[in-house]
Design a protein around this ligand. Structure first.
Ligand code: NG1
Ligand code: ZN
Length: 537
C-alpha cells in the first residue's frame, strides 16, 4: 500500500511539532494538547489499519486526557469489543507517532505489509472527544487522518470515554449489546436501573427508611457533567442528583475523582453537610469515588474503588448464590488496594482476589479468567465483566420452568444487573447507578456501606528522579527488583511499622516515581512514605 497522500496532507496540515519522543502507554498518548496535532492525525490512519486487520470491524478513537489539567490532551484507541487497544499494538502507535514527517509513507507501507493489509477501503473508525478547549481542533485532525487513509468515519461529538467504548461494542455486535447511540446507552442503563429499583415495590418490601435518594455529584467540570441532565430525565424520583462542578468551572481544577482520592479531601469550595452522600467523576467520566462527612465525628470518609469493588462483589456473590448456579466470582485489584480491603474480601466475603500490575488492561485481562470478574483500581476505575457462557447460562436458566421461582427470579435479577454494568471499561455513570441500586436494595446509607471495613491510613507521594526507568518491579509491582538493595531497604523501613506496607513504581503516565505506604495511623503512614521516598531519591 502507498501512503504518499497521507504523508503529503500530514506534512502540509499536521506537521510534527517537536522532536521529544512520545509513548503510547496505559492511557494512550497524553501530553500538552498543543503537541498532539500530528499524533492524532496519524492515529486516525493507524485506527483505519487496525480496523483492516480486524476484517473491517469498527475501531474507536477517544480524544481526552482524563483527569489531567485542562491544557493537556490525549488519545486512546478502542478495540472492537470495546476494550482498550491490544497491548501488542502500542509499539506500532508509538512508532507511527514519532517518525519524521518525511518517513510516514515508508513507515506505514512497511507496517501494512507486515500486517498483510492491502486496502483500507472497508475500514471503519468512530470517534468522540471530551470538553477540553483543544479537543475540537484535535478531532478535526483525527477526522483528516481517517479520511486521508480512505476509511469511513463517524464523529460522535462530545461523549464520555465509556460511552464511546459502549458504542463501539454495540456496532460490532450488531446491536446485541445495545443500540449504538448515546440515546441507546442511556436507555439501556436507565431501564435496568428503574427495573431493579422497582423490584422492591413489586415485592412489597418495606419502604426505604435509611437510603436517601439524594446524591451530590462533582462532575469535575468535565464531559460527564453535560450528561447528567439526560440521565436524570430518565430516572424520575428514584435518584435525585445535585450537580456541582457542572462544567462552568475549570476542568479537574481542585475537583474530580483524582483530586479527592489523592488529597483525601472534598473538592474545593463545596459545602458538605454531614451525612450527605457525595461522589466525584473524573474529567472523562470513567472513574468515580464516593465520600461523606461523618454525622457524629464530622470527619471526611472516602469510599474509593476498593470500597465500591467490595460492595459490588458482596452483592453479586449473594445474588449468584440465589441463582443456584455454580458461577465463579472473583475480584481483581492492584498493589494500591488498601490492605484492609484485601483482608475483608478474603476473610469476610470469601471471594478469591487477584493482584495485577497497575493499568486497566491488566485488570480487565485477569478478570476474564472468572465467570464473573469484578475489577477496580483504588482510584475508582473499574467494572464487572461476565463471560459469554455464563451470560447464556443465566438466560437459559431464567426461562427454565422446572426450577424454583426464587431461582429463576434471581437469574432474571442478575441479568438486569449485568445490563446496568458497562462491561467494556470502567464507567462512572454506570458504576454510580450500580452503587445506588445496591445501596437502595440493602436500604443502606453511606455510613453503613463504609462500615464493612476500616481503611488502613495511607499516603501516596510523587518523587521526581533523573531516570525513573532504573526502578523495576516484580510480584505485581509490590517488590522492587532494581536497583539492587532498594527492596531490602524498603523492607527494613516497613518492619518498623505496625501493619506497615510500602512499595514504589515508576508511573506509566507521568515522569515520576510513585511511593505508596500504609500503616496503622496516618502519621505512621506519612512517615513511612517519606522514609521510602528518600530511598528512591
Ligand atoms: P500511573 O501514572 O502509571 O500510576 C495512573 C493511575 C492508574 C491508571 C493510569 C491511567 C494510580 C496510582 N495510577 O497510572 O491507576 O488509572 O493512571 O489513567 O492511580
Ligand atoms: Zn478518566
Amino acid at each position: 500500500m502507498e501512503f504518499g497522500d497521507v504523508q503529503e496532507t500530514g506534512e502540509k496540515n499536521f506537521p510534527k511539532q517537536d522532536e521529544t519522543p512520545i509513548q503510547y502507554g496505559t492511557a494512550g498518548f497524553r501530553t500538552k494538547g498543543s503537541r498532539l496535532n500530528h499524533v492524532i492525525y496519524r492515529m486516525g490512519v493507524l485506527a483505519a489499519i487496525r480496523s483492516a486487520t480486524k476484517s473491517g470491524a469498527t475501531i474507536g478513537v477517544m480524544i481526552t486526557a482524563s483527569h489531567n489539567p485542562e491544557e493537556d490532551n490525549g488519545v486512546k484507541l478502542v478495540d472492537p469489543m470495546g476494550e482498550m487497544l491490544g497491548p501488542e499494538w502500542e509499539k506500532y502507535a508509538t512508532e507511527v507517532a514519532n517518525v519524521p514527517g518525511s518517513k510516514l509513507d515508508v513507515t506505514l507501507q512497511e507496517l501494512t505489509k507486515n500486517l498483510g493489509v492491502t486496502s483500507l477501503q472497508s475500514s471503519r473508525v468512530v470517534f468522540a472527544r471530551d470538553t477540553r478547549p483543544s479537543s475540537p481542533v484535535l478531532a478535526a485532525a483525527l477526522e483528516a487522518g481517517i479520511k486521508a487513509a480512505g476509511a469511513q468515519c463517524q464523529n460522535f461529538g462530545l461523549l464520555t470515554t465509556p460511552q464511546l467504548h459502549y458504542i463501539v461494542r454495540c456496532i460490532n455486535t450488531n446491536g446485541q449489546y445495545g443500540k449504538p447511540t448515546e440515546e441507546g446507552y442511556f436507555e439501556k442503563l436507565s431501564e435496568a436501573f428503574v427495573k431493579l429499583r422497582n423490584i422492591r415495590k413489586a415485592k412489597k418490601m418495606k419502604t426505604l427508611e435509611v437510603y436517601n435518594t439524594c446524591l451530590y455529584l462533582d462532575a469535575a467540570n468535565g464531559v460527564g457533567a453535560g450528561k447528567i441532565p439526560i440521565l436524570q430525565s430518565k430516572l424520575g424520583d428514584l435518584l435525585k442528583i445535585s450537580l456541582v462542578n457542572d462544567g462552568s468551572g475549570k476542568l479537574n481544577h481542585e475537583c474530580g475523582a483524582d483530586f479527592v482520592k489523592v488529597q483525601q479531601k472534598p473538592p474545593t469550595g463545596v459545602n458538605m453537610v454531614p451525612g450527605q452522600r457525595w461522589a466525584s467523576f473524573d474529567g472523562d467520566a470513567d472513574r468515580i469515588v464516593y465520600y461523606f462527612m461523618g454525622v457524629t465525628d464530622n470527619r471526611f470518609y472516602l469510599l474509593d474503588g476498593d470500597k465500591i469493588a467490595t460492595l459490588v462483589a458482596g452483592y453479586l456473590k449473594d445474588l449468584v448464590q440465589e441463582t443456584g448456579l455454580s458461577l465463579n466470582l472473583g475480584l481483581v485489584q492492584t498493589a494500591y488496594a488498601n490492605g484492609s480491603s484485601t483482608r475483608y474480601i478474603t476473610d469476610q466475603l470469601k471471594v478469591p482476589v487477584a493482584c495485577v500490575p497497575t493499568g486497566v488492561k491488566h485488570l480487565h485481562h485477569k478478570a476474564q479468567e472468572f465467570d464473573i470478574g469484578v475489577y477496580f483500581e483504588a482510584n475508582g476505575h473499574g467494572t464487572a465483566i461476565v463471560s459469554n457462557s455464563s451470560y447464556n447460562l443465566l438466560q437459559k436458566t431464567s426461562q427454565n420452568t422446572s426450577i424454583s421461582d426464587h431461582q429463576s427470579e434471581a437469574c432474571d435479577l442478575l441479568l438486569s444487573v449485568i445490563d446496568l454494568i458497562n462491561q467494556t471499561v470502567g464507567d462512572a455513570i454506570s458504576d454510580m447507578l450500580l452503587v445506588e441500586m445496591i445501596l437502595a436494595a440493602q436500604d443502606w446509607d453511606v455510613e453503613q456501606w463504609n462500615k464493612a471495613y476500616t481503611d488502613l491510613p495511607n499516603r501516596q507521594l510523587k518523587v521526581k528522579v533523573k531516570d525513573r526507568s532504573v526502578i523495576q518491579t516484580t510480584d505485581a509491582e509490590r517488590k522492587a527488583s532494581s536497583p539492587v538493595g532498594l527492596q531490602s531497604a524498603i523492607d527494613e523501613s516497613v518492619a518498623k511499622y505496625t501493619h506497615g506496607r510500602s512499595f514504589v513504581r515508576p508511573s506509566g503516565t507521568e515522569d515520576i516515581v510513585r511511593v505508596y505506604a500504609e500503616a496503622d495511623t496516618q502519621s505512621a503512614a506519612d512517615k513511612l512514605a517519606n522514609e521510602v521516598a528518600v530511598l528512591v531519591y
